[in-house]
Design a protein around this ligand. Structure first.
Ligand code: GTP
Ligand code: MG
Length: 209
């Protein structure tokens, strides 16, 4: 994908502050520190468009970015970070859920998992919740550079089994080596064009993997 422009639009916590529902939107979700913001920077080929950090909990608002004037990326705060106080966790959960459940222009959720970990019940529940709402999901196992080829294969199989999905539906990615970048763009492209909905009326995966 040739990126001609990638611009920060706005940070929001509630629907009143979201930008107008004009362009197709792709949201990026996953646990704290998994690499959501980094993935966006790699996708748009900008090192510092989105703030990243080695400390979990960096992204705390819904951050909207306009890409090529044609689509919007939404960087979501991470979930599952133990050190966040319960009350804030609840607010974050509500903020994310309200966005996902109400946003009419949302075309897909890119769910990012750390390839070194095994998907947990939270991820299974989250995917089912999205499928129930007919929101396509793009699944990414990131930080692949941290494992050998053999270990990667094992982890892909382990995660596919945990999610009860074929291994082909998981895209293996690395921000360091840019492995999987084209596959991620292909999946996003098909969701932006609305092809996933046509193919999967039940609202399931839309990766072109
Ligand atoms: N080696 C390696 N490190 C990565 C990769 N992707 C992200 N990281 C590192 O992981 C850390 C967290 O990255 P972020 O992109 O800030 O993670 P996030 O999911 O946006 O985190 P929160 O906003 O806190 O939820 C940073 O130190 C990144 O440099 C990758 O593919 N490979
Ligand atoms: Mg972030």
């Amino acid at each position: 994908m040739r990126i001609t422009s990638a611009e920060f639009v706005i940070s929001a916590t509630r629907p009143g502050n979201y930008p107008p529902e004009e362009l197709p939107e792709i949201a990026f979700a996953g646990r704290s520190n998994v690499g959501k913001s980094t993935l966006i920077n790699v996708l748009v080929n900008r090192r510092h468009l989105v703030k990243t950090s080695s400390t979990p909990g960096r992204t705390q608002l819904l951050n909207f970015f306009a890409i090529n004037g044609r689509m919007v990326f939404v960087d979501l705060p991470g979930y599952g970070y133990a050190k966040v106080p319960e009350r804030i966790k609840k607010d974050w959960g509500e903020m994310i859920e309200t966005y996902l459940a109400t946003r009419k222009t949302l075309k897909a959720v890119t769910l990012i998992l750390d390839i070194r970990r095994k998907a947990q019940i939270e991820e299974v529940d989250f995917i089912n919740w999205l499928i129930e709402r007919q929101i396509p999901v793009i699944l990414i196992l990131t930080k692949a550079d941290k494992l050998s080829k053999n270990q990667q294969k094992k982890q892909i199989a382990l995660n596919a089994a945990a999610l009860n999905l074929p291994p082909e539906s998981l895209i293996c990615f690395s921000a360091k080596t840019r492995r999987g970048l084209e596959q991620v763009w292909a999946a996003i492209g098909s969701c932006v064009r609305g092809e996933a909905e046509g193919e999967n009326p039940g609202g399931s995966l839309c990766s072109e993997n």
